[in-house]
Design a protein around this ligand. Structure first.
Ligand code: ATP
Length: 859
């Protein structure tokens, strides 16, 4: 795990996953359980009501069935489907959450992986079900309600339990994975899928942010939603053009409390995937063009890959599950047939004009019902981040304790209290002086009353005494001066010691502050339970477990009862038949046989009905298949046209030598599924004998064909651009000035116009194929806008640094071309003057800009 800075508000922490797998580690084994499938039918939209659409869906919420009637063929029986639960237009967001998502959220808090996946046609209510509306609160969808569910669970847990909650948000748009929480330049970069040693798929460098509250995680959802690819379609004003996955990872550490366990701390890691798939749409129904066309092709492709995975999972004979067919199926690998509790919510609309799509959605969902997963608790996985955090917190705490201040021990030696201080000595001398003064005054008083002799005696005595005292005092003073000096030295030394001690203390305090801040930051990332009432908690946990067990039991019982009922009916019928067979009388026999016959007739009728139902189903499937085939054909045709355009451009503007050079350097990047130009690559030996056309997939050679001319005009020579290019040492793609290409084009334009066959005409296409124009590919043309109604094709080019100068050449040339349904391309003699027809054939932006990068997806 790699820290990438702080996020919003109260301590969100960004991390990037580098392969953490949640399903690793020991886990308690569980029996296989079915993917739960529920269906929600939204109410009629205002637009649909205004258009006078009829309702063709009948939802039975009690019997969990749903019937769809084809109002165009009233004689046809309605199609009946049974699911785990069905919800009609009156269903509330809370009802959906409580029934469908709450059990999954609860499982995630216990260490299971869980997935809630919304599937359905465009505008069927997937985003409404998953995200809902912010206001009023009861309109919030499953995702915001799950946030509350998770943090309420944490609050209700014991205060000794620690939780680490992380969130990530990604979208798959046009088969590219984008990080919806990334900031700056990273937000537009596409991410790679990786697989770790345990075979778990993860997204490399996906931002994962630690959150501490509902507000934190809701903020992430809001931020991510702003970056999501959304666009208006004929059917939905705010249609999601990508599949989105909001993932919440909850790591919980709790002491095991059961009698069998040792009471040690365990970490459980649950991962909740909240998936809002992009809506399926028929290509011919939406009239999508340009970017929308490309998006739709990708959406339908990945949804059909998901359908194939579902089919393979429920088909006992199938030994291979094609998870690798799309990014979506790879990311959902664990949710479909893996270690995850999964609920699929199939959304449909009630309007009759969506009959086909609704039936198709219900069929898709019906198949998913049979998928079996094997969820298990992810206990003590090796790579749990919570464990790392807890170990780090313990280490920091120990470090902090060890470094607590020990001021007393380290205080420098105190001054010896027995040694007389200089102050005391001064005081002592002053007292002595005062005493001497007093003595002298006393002597003067005595002197007045004594004889001279006595006086002389006393004086001599006094002087002697004074002298000796003075000497003693002097000696004392000398000692005191020495002492003073010693004390001063001692004081200075102590001062130095104190200084260094204070410095050490300051350093220590800084270290402690850093440690404390680190500890605080780590502790802040964890969320704790707040409940200390153990008995209440245990009771609550038990109650929840009982509820969960009850739910499971009810489900199991329902399944068992169905089986039992079927078995009993068969047994009774058998017994009745046996008893009846024993009847002796003719009458009884006749009666019995009549009954038998009736029964057989009933069975026959039933079988007939079944066969009819199967026949209808087969017809529906064929119908559906044909529709899909038509869609596929449309996309194929579009791709074919693009291919022909690229071939045409290669033929006209890239010399065979250049092409050979490029072919020697191109390399297919398996991982990213793109072609790259490898610079300084060892040159592959490729025999080249004169003008050659090369196809990417085999370096086949064909004689170079000069371009055809328009009727009545001479054919343009290829020699001049060839010469220009052959004189150049370097690849034309790296640095050949634009002017040379332009002049080359101009000189070619002086000769004549170029005539090629329109790719739309069958004869033209086959001729192009005959002439070997198909077979080359350059992937620098990024957009083709097909305006079918006007019968024109627009071509635009995007940024591709590796082929930039070649792209500019081609773009420049295209500015002078018009491509339309007529069986020829017209190339004006004067390239700067675009004919009115050509002007109509190109979007304005493409004509006015020299370099026209691919327009960004609308968000
Ligand atoms: N249960 C519902 N109750 C009321 N309105 C709903 C319900 N479900 C969907 N809608 C409305 O239907 C419209 C389309 O819904 P939504 O955008 O959720 O569809 P979608 O399936 O996500 O479409 P797309 O795949 O194009 O993104 C929205 O205006 C939404 O408010």
């Amino acid at each position: 795990m790699k820290e990438r800075g702080r996020g919003h508000g109260s301590g969100l922490t960004r991390t990037s996953s580098t392969g953490s797998s949640l399903s690793s580690g020991g886990g308690s084994a569980r029996r296989a359980e079915r993917v739960q499938v529920v269906v929600r039918c939204r109410p009629m939209l205002v637009k649909e009501n205004a258009e006078g659409r009829n309702n063709c869906v009948l939802v039975d919420t009690v019997g969990s069935t749903i019937q769809v009637k084809n109002l165009k063929q009233p004689e046809q029986e309605p199609k009946l489907f049974t699911f785990d639960k069905t919800y009609d237009a009156t269903s509330t967001q809370k009802q959906l959450y409580d029934d469908v998502a709450h059990p999954i959220v609860h499982s995630v808090m216990c260490g299971y992986n869980g997935t809630v996946l919304a599937y359905g046609q465009t505008a069927s209510g997937k985003t409404f079900t998953m995200d809902g509306l912010d206001d009023p609160p009861e309109m919030r969808g499953i995702i915001p309600q799950a946030f509350e569910g998770i943090f309420t669970h944490i609050q209700d847990s014991q205060s000794s339990d620690n939780f680490l909650v992380r969130a990530s948000y990604l979208e798959i748009h046009n088969e590219e994975i984008r990080d919806l929480l990334a900031t700056g330049s990273q937000s537009s970069s596409r991410l790679e899928l990786k697989e770790n040693v345990e075979g778990n798929v993860y997204v490399k460098n996906l931002t994962s942010i630690t959150v501490q509250s509902v507000a934190d995680i809701s903020h992430l959802l809001t931020v991510g939603k702003k970056s999501r690819s959304v666009g208006a379609t004929l059917m939905n004003q705010d249609s999601s053009r990508s599949h989105s996955i909001f993932t919440i990872t909850v790591e919980a550490s709790a002491r095991s409390s059961s009698a069998e366990t040792d009471g040690s701390m365990h970490i459980r890691v649950g991962k909740l995937n909240l998936v809002d798939l992009a809506g399926s749409e028929r290509l011919n129904k939406t009239g999508a063009t340009g970017d929308r066309f490309r998006e739709l092709t990708n959406i339908n492709w990945s949804l059909s890959a998901l359908g194939n995975v579902i089919s393979a999972l429920v088909d006992d004979k199938s030994s291979h599950v094609p998870y690798r067919d799309s990014k979506l199926t790879r990311l959902l690998q664990d949710s479909l047939g893996g270690n995850t509790r999964t609920v699929m919510i199939a959304n449909i609309g009630p309007a009759d004009y969506n009959y086909d799509e609704s039936v198709s959605t219900l069929r898709y969902a019906n198949r998913a019902k049979s998928i079996k997963n094997k969820p298990r608790i992810n206990e003590d996985p090796k790579d749990a981040i919570l464990r790392e955090f807890q170990e780090e917190i313990a280490r920091l705490r120990a470090q902090l304790q060890a470094s607590s201040p020990v001021l007393d021990e380290r205080t420098p030696n105190k001054i010896d209290p027995s040694s007389p201080s200089a102050v005391d000595l001064e005081l002592h001398m002053q007292q002595l002086r005062a005493k001497m003064q007093e003595d002298m005054e006393h002597q003067v008083f005595l002197h007045k009353s004594m004889s001279d002799q006595a006086m002389a005696c006393i004086k001599a005595d006094f002087e002697q005494k004074t002298q000796s005292e003075m000497q003693a005092l002097k000696a004392e003073k000398e000692r005191s001066d020495e002492e003073k000096q010693r004390i001063a030295q001692q004081l200075q030394q102590q001062h130095v010691e104190l200084q260094s001690h204070y410095q050490a203390l300051a350093r220590e305090k800084e270290d402690r502050d850093v440690l404390a801040a680190k500890l605080r930051a780590l502790e802040e990332k964890l969320v704790h339970g707040t409940n200390n009432d153990n008995e209440k908690l245990l009771e609550k946990a038990k109650q929840k477990e009982v509820e969960l067990a009850l739910r499971e039991q009810q489900l199991q019982e329902k399944e068992n009862m169905d089986e039992e009922r079927q078995r009993k009916i068969a047994e009774l019928e058998e017994a009745q038949l046996m008893a009846e067979e024993k009847c002796n009388t003719m009458e009884e026999e006749v009666e019995m046989k009549t009954r038998k016959l009736r029964k057989l007739m009933a069975r026959y009728q039933q079988s007939k009905n079944d066969i009819n139902a199967l026949r209808t189903e087969l017809q529906d499937t064929i119908h559906e298949f044909q529709r899909e085939r038509a869609d596929m054909f449309l996309s194929l045709r579009s791709l074919d046209q693009q291919l022909q355009l690229k071939n045409f451009l290669i033929d006209k503007f890239i010399s065979p030598e250049d092409l050979t050079k490029v072919m020697r350097r191109v390399h297919w990047d398996e991982e990213n599924e793109i072609w790259n130009l490898v610079q300084n690559a060892p040159v592959r030996s490729l025999p080249y004998n004169g003008p050659t056309r090369v196809s990417i997939d085999g370096f086949t050679k064909q004689p170079l064909l000069r371009p055809n001319s328009a009727i009545g005009r001479s054919r343009p020579p290829l020699r001049q651009p060839e010469q220009t290019l052959s004189q150049s040492e370097r690849d034309r793609y790296f640095g050949q000035p634009l002017e040379s290409a332009t002049s080359c084009l101009k000189s070619r334009s002086n000769t004549s116009s170029v005539h090629v066959h329109s790719p739309r005409k069958g004869a033209g296409r086959s001729k192009a194929i005959d002439e070997g124009k198909i077979g080359c590919r350059v992937d620098n043309i990024l957009k083709k806008d097909q305006d079918v109604s006007e019968g024109r094709n627009h071509f635009e080019f995007g940024d591709n640094s590796q082929l930039s100068s070649s792209k500019v050449d081609i773009e420049h040339a295209l500015r002078e071309f018009r491509v339309d349904n007529k069986p020829s391309f017209t190339w004006d003699r004067e390239p700067q003057q675009v004919t009115p027809a050509a002007a109509g054939a190109r979007p304005k932006s493409a004509r006015t800009k020299q370099h026209n990068p691919r327009p960004r997806t609308a968000r």
